[in-house]
Design a protein. Structure first.
Lengths: 191, 138
């Protein structure tokens, strides 16, 4: 079935047809889940977080002004839910030792060297993401994974543009330092 | 973006493969919809119980008000607030026409009994009407 647009289904829900919400969930679930996963770093929490965010969106659908896109509004809900969730459930700090030094750990089900390399890099980035603070993590996720521009990120997070640029710059640097350290450590391990 | 930032940005993009998007697990939509349905049902139930409790709540409020006024309105007539109310009740003259029951039941009952019966019937009808309004299914 063709997707008729967020606004169409929102109007249907507001008119009393709650089942229309399933079309919206189906449409946005992957992006919502992906963002939640980048922020909290594990699949169980990401699913819980994404589900909670959809439920919050459903509850407050009446307050959605349609000034921004539904996706931006949903991201804002995920952002707020995730930040408060993380602040309540502050995790212990990961040490560099937590990242497996043996690259064969990433081969797993990968069929080629290229795929294994991708897996390795992806895990390394995820590891680095978990080492920076939650705000920076959200910014990196929105900018690189969701491919949002600074203005869109500002809509989601409520931060001003120059603040976002500064935080993104710092987050990038921190991530690079972590990635470099891990790679150096792995190099020593393999020598 | 300055040069250093650009280099960092490019390097990070090399690490982040955009195709590596984490997909929502199987059955995600149905799980969300189950929670939505539960929420909707809970809201309907809450609304129903609010309507159901409205009549008893109003009755309770009126009863409390009457009991409170019985305590608060003083016996003496010197109180400025109570005076008009008390004088209103004092000046009320009930003139109930006498209904002759002896011709029907061959017993003598005080005429007020008839009014009590009529009052009960009116209150019963009123209660049924309210019941239909507040317990109407959607």
């Amino acid at each position: 079935m063709d997707y008729k647009g967020d606004i169409y289904y929102i109007e249907q829900i507001l008119a009393g047809n709650s089942n229309s919400f399933s079309y919206i969930v189906d449409r946005h679930k992957d992006k919502a889940y992906n963002l939640a996963f980048r922020i909290c770093g594990n699949h169980e929490e990401a699913e819980e977080l994404a589900q909670d965010s959809f439920l919050k969106a459903y509850r407050s659908l009446k307050s959605f002004k349609m000034k921004s896109s539904f996706a931006t509004w949903l991201y804002r809900i995920i952002y707020n839910t995730a930040i408060s969730h993380i602040r309540i459930k502050k995790k212990g700090v990961l040490s560099l030792e937590d990242f497996p030094a043996d690259a064969t750990d990433f081969i797993g089900s990968s069929t080629s060297d290229e795929e294994a390399e991708k897996e390795y890099r992806s895990s390394l980035v995820n590891f680095a993401l978990q080492k920076i603070n939650e705000e920076e993590r959200v910014l990196i996720s929105l900018y690189y994974y969701e491919d949002m521009n600074i203005e869109e990120i500002s809509d989601v997070t409520g931060m001003n543009k120059s603040n976002i640029k500064v935080k993104l710059f710092r987050a990038r640097q921190k991530m690079f330092e972590i990635i470099e350290k891990v790679e150096k450590k792995n190099l020593i391990y393999h020598e | 973006m300055n040069n250093r930032e650009k280099i960092n940005d490019d390097l990070l993009r090399q690490y982040i493969s955009p195709e590596k998007i984490e997909k929502a697990p199987e059955g995600f939509t149905s799980k969300v919809m189950t929670r939505v349905q539960l929420e909707t049902r809970a809201l309907i139930l809450a609304e129903k119980s609010w309507k159901k409790n409205l009549v008893p709540a109003i009755s309770a409020a009126i009863t409390i008000l009457l009991i409170a006024s019985a305590f608060l309105i003083p016996g003496s007539q010197s109180d400025a607030f109570a005076n008009p109310v008390l004088s209103l009740f004092k000046n009320l003259n009930f003139s109930m026409p006498e209904i002759k029951l002896t011709s029907i039941f061959r017993v003598t009952l005080p005429s007020v009994v008839m009014y009590v019966f009529i009052g009960i019937i009116i209150l019963t009808l009123f209660d049924r009407a309210l019941n239909r309004i507040f317990h109407r299914e959607k």
